[in-house]
Design a protein around this ligand. Structure first.
Ligand code: ADP
Ligand code: ASP
Ligand code: MG
Length: 409
């Protein structure tokens, strides 16, 4: 008998029929004698729908009120799933995040979990009850409702698993595991049996939205065995675990991509000490996160300074840069919103040279121009034109032999 935390995503609870299916699945696990804590997302599309409503009322809705609104999506599904479980004759009870004391900081819309008082959950489990908890939400120290950022139910599940020292945290979704790349873009993608926390963290950070980044951080920090599985078919899914325990020691584990970035360049900046700070300082103060940065040495003691930001921050960043450029006496500010970042990830890279050159050669053979490059021990990222995304991913997927041989003609 084990203590298992299971999370069911939006598509898995997208209709009342699907909620009943989830209830049956939970009942099956229960019949094996396991203690179960179930975390659910809002029904698919619901969080977006609520966002649209807010935007119809206000151009910039107050984050506190947005959290009050968005958290209702998950409140609907906990009640419906609990009703479905009760209908099957199981004992179950639903709770919002605040009710089970998921305490967060007060950063509305992207709050971090700071503490969980799990006594209530333990009592229920001890009484043979299935506990159903709303994902994506908590409350700050003053009782204000907070939400954890898009995809945050994953983090609720892992945080609960860590707090309860659960035997496993299972993330049920609409794909049957973590793949070498998004299977919706490359149908030949292969499911990974296991992947390390570190690789999964890179993949999530670099755009693979199958798990929220913070959920992987949590799992790694507290060594929570995490598994991604399909809600709709049986299978062993993908285990996310430590490097020692990982079964696959592939050179490249996967290819991630991110379509949410935009690139900005300050052209012709005087090449002096302090320039990077004078450009990025005001950007940081406006709460705009900067991702890749490159600085080229140009002619006549001037330099071009390029960096990427989230596309939502593009206009704001450009406005700031126009001001900065004037102050610095730079030539001009240019930008490009139609870019994507494509990344190769794998712990095997640490001990292998030549991966970067294969990557660059592959892209060159497809006549894809690389605009920026950044590397770390276990990843190589390039920025390319958005229109080449699929071509680039497919070419790299095949160059590094990541295909599922069974899916190839
Ligand atoms: P849920 O609603 O269950 O949380 P998400 O939509 O957040 O589901 O995450 C699952 C989706 O992640 C898949 O449908 C798939 O398109 C996408 N995805 C992106 N990269 C990968 C990858 N490497 N492996 C598997 N799925 C991926
Ligand atoms: N419902 C939230 C979202 O759509 C949280 C989640 O599904 O994990 O982002
Ligand atoms: Mg998700």
């Amino acid at each position: 008998m084990a203590l298992i935390v299971q999370k069911y995503g939006g598509t898995s609870v997208g209709t009342t029929e699907r909620i009943q299916q989830v209830a049956k699945k939970v009942a099956k696990w229960r019949s094996q004698g396991h203690d179960l804590v179930i975390v659910v997302s809002a029904m698919s599309g619901e969080t977006n729908r609520l966002m649209t409503l807010a935007n119809e009322i206000s151009h910039r809705p107050l984050a506190r009120e947005l959290d009050v609104l968005l958290s209702t999506g998950e409140q609907v599904t906990i009640a419906l799933l609990t009703m479905a479980l009760l209908e099957l004759g199981l004992d179950a009870k639903s709770y919002t995040g605040a009710q089970v004391h998921i305490r967060t900081d007060d950063v509305h819309c992207k709050a971090r979990i700071t503490e969980i008082d799990h006594r209530k959950i333990r009592d229920d489990l001890a009484n043979g009850r299935i506990v159903v908890v709303a994902g994506f939400q908590g409350a700050d120290e003053h009782g204000n409702i907070t939400t954890l950022g898009r995809g945050g139910s994953d983090t609720t599940a892992v945080a609960l698993a860590a707090a309860l020292t659960a035997d496993e945290c299972q993330i049920y979704t609409d794909v049957d595991g973590v793949y070498t790349t998004d299977p919706r873009v490359v149908p030949e993608a292969r499911r990974l049996k296991s992947v390390t926390y570190e690789e999964m963290l890179e993949m999530a950070s670099l755009g693979a939205k199958v798990l929220q980044i913070r959920s992987v951080e949590f799992a790694s920090k507290y060594s929570v065995p995490l598994r991604v599985l399909s809600s709709f078919e049986d299978g062993e899914g993908t285990l996310i675990t430590s490097e020692e325990e990982s079964m696959e020691q592939a050179l490249i584990s996967g290819i991630a991509f991110n379509k949410d970035e935009a690139k900005l360049t300050v052209v012709g900046v005087p090449d002096q000490p302090g320039v990077a700070h004078r450009i990025l300082g005001p950007v940081g103060r406006a709460n705009i996160e900067v991702d890749m940065i490159i600085q080229n040495v140009g002619d006549n003691n001037t330099t071009d300074f390029t960096f990427t930001v989230h596309r939502n921050d593009y206009e704001k960043a450009e406005e700031i840069l126009q001001e900065v450029a004037k102050e610095l006496g730079a030539k001009q500010v240019t930008g490009d919103e139609k870019i994507v970042k494509l990344s190769l990830v794998g712990v095997g890279m640490r001990s292998h040279a030549g991966i970067a050159s294969t990557m660059f050669e592959t892209l060159a053979n497809e006549a894809i121009n690389i605009k920026m490059i950044s590397t770390s021990e276990i990843k190589i990222s390039v920025v390319i034109e958005e229109k080449y995304l699929e071509l680039g991913v497919r070419a790299l997927h095949s160059a590094f032999n990541l295909e599922d041989s069974k899916k190839q003609q």
